[in-house]
Design a protein around this ligand. Structure first.
Ligand SMILES: *Cc1c(COP(=O)(O)O)cnc(C)c1O
Length: 342
């Protein structure tokens, strides 16, 4: 059965690097959304908890319910706010003023602030009415955050968004005092934002996703970071045959044997969330072997008869080949693949 291995030493190495940069374990919120970027939510949550991280972010309440009991705080990033009860250690990210109005008294929230990405968040001129509503309705405001549109690119965008957030922070602190609301946490940096910064400044923590798993999309001109990929994908041999010279294998018969050769089929396909290759540009395994023919839904072919084969232990080459980013290669992997911690 195809499986994924998760390298605990690599994960802890990445966490060491991120926590050192952020200023401690309490300054890192681990982003475990989308099944922990395809790594497996529950297994990654328990490793991250064992390391000593106490704050996480997930995609929705369904994910929060699976793992929030391990952590002091779980931030739900993309759930439509409803009047449903949520546990007190779970907070919702609020992306517009209107969505505040759905929350019940006592609900915990972090307000997203639009500082220039224009994807989500309230505007600076809505802060006052937002805080007044929070005070009036008895909501528990835990934090305010923003997200950078170009943290991984060599451009000045990162700096003006950071400055905009700093000025809103000052304004918000004054308003909180006036309204007699308790202090809140401010956070802005994702992985790239943290990695390229000297420190978090006056932010309370960074929200780190991709870097935990050993990747960055930061421009190499900005810096090189010693991150180690955590996940490897393995296939197991289903069958082996001899392909005679001139015989073709798989859908469309794209690959033709130029001489008699031993060929095996392995149990990973695009149904497992691997990108489908069309047989014209082979995928290179970690041992250097090249795939043969088109990938099927649940299998693909390779020369030889090894019992197991590692499809990848670093998503960057595949991201390049399939014209996407490392995030997509790992996040798409099926939750039903077996996960093993090594
Ligand atoms: C996904 C996400 C992150 C993590 O981003 P990385 O680039 O993976 O570190 C941080 N903040 C928000 C709001 C996100 O949606």
């Amino acid at each position: 059965m195809a499986f994924i291995t998760l390298n605990k030493a690599h994960l802890f190495h990445n966490l060491d690097l991120l926590c050192a940069k952020a200023g401690g374990k309490h300054k890192v919120m681990a982003v475990l959304k989308d099944n922990a970027y395809g790594h497996g939510l529950e297994i990654m949550a328990s490793l991250i908890h064992a390391y000593g991280i106490r704050k996480i972010a997930v995609k929705n309440l369904q994910e929060a319910r699976l793992v929030s009991s391990l952590f002091d705080e779980t931030l739900v990033l993309v759930e439509h706010p409803t009047c449903k009860e949520v546990p007190s250690n779970v907070s919702l990210a609020i992306h517009s003023y209107e969505s505040l109005l759905c929350l019940e008294r006592g609900s915990s929230l972090h307000v997203a602030l639009d500082t220039g990405m224009h994807r989500n968040g309230i505007k600076e001129d809505e802060i006052e009415k937002t805080l007044e509503y929070v005070a009036h309705k008895g909501l528990v405001l835990k934090g305010m955050f923003t997200h950078f549109r170009s943290a991984d690119e060599l451009s000045s965008d990162f700096f003006w968004q950071r400055r905009a957030f700093e000025s809103v922070k000052a304004k918000t602190k004054l308003l909180l005092d006036t309204l007699r609301l308790p202090p809140i946490a401010f956070h802005a940096c994702n992985s790239a934002g943290l990695l390229r910064s000297h420190s978090l400044g006056s932010d309370d923590f960074a929200r780190c996703g991709i870097s935990l798993y050993g990747y960055t999309t930061l421009s190499p001109l900005i810096g090189h970071y010693d991150l180690l990929p955590v996940l490897s994908l393995w296939g197991e041999r289903l069958s082996t045959r001899v392909l005679k010279k001139g015989e073709r294998v798989g859908y469309g018969g794209v690959y033709e044997a130029s001489h008699d050769e031993v060929i095996s089929t392995y149990d990973v396909g695009y149904g497992d969330g691997f990108f489908r290759f069309d047989g014209h540009e082979p995928v290179v395994m970690t041992n250097g072997q090249k795939s043969k023919g088109k990938m099927s839904m649940d299998s693909f072919c390779l020369g030889g008869e090894a019992d197991e084969v590692c499809l990848f232990n670093d998503a960057n080459a595949l991201a390049q080949q399939f014209k996407t980013i490392n995030y997509e290669i790992i996040t798409k992997l099926s939750p039903s693949l077996k996960r093993i911690v090594i």
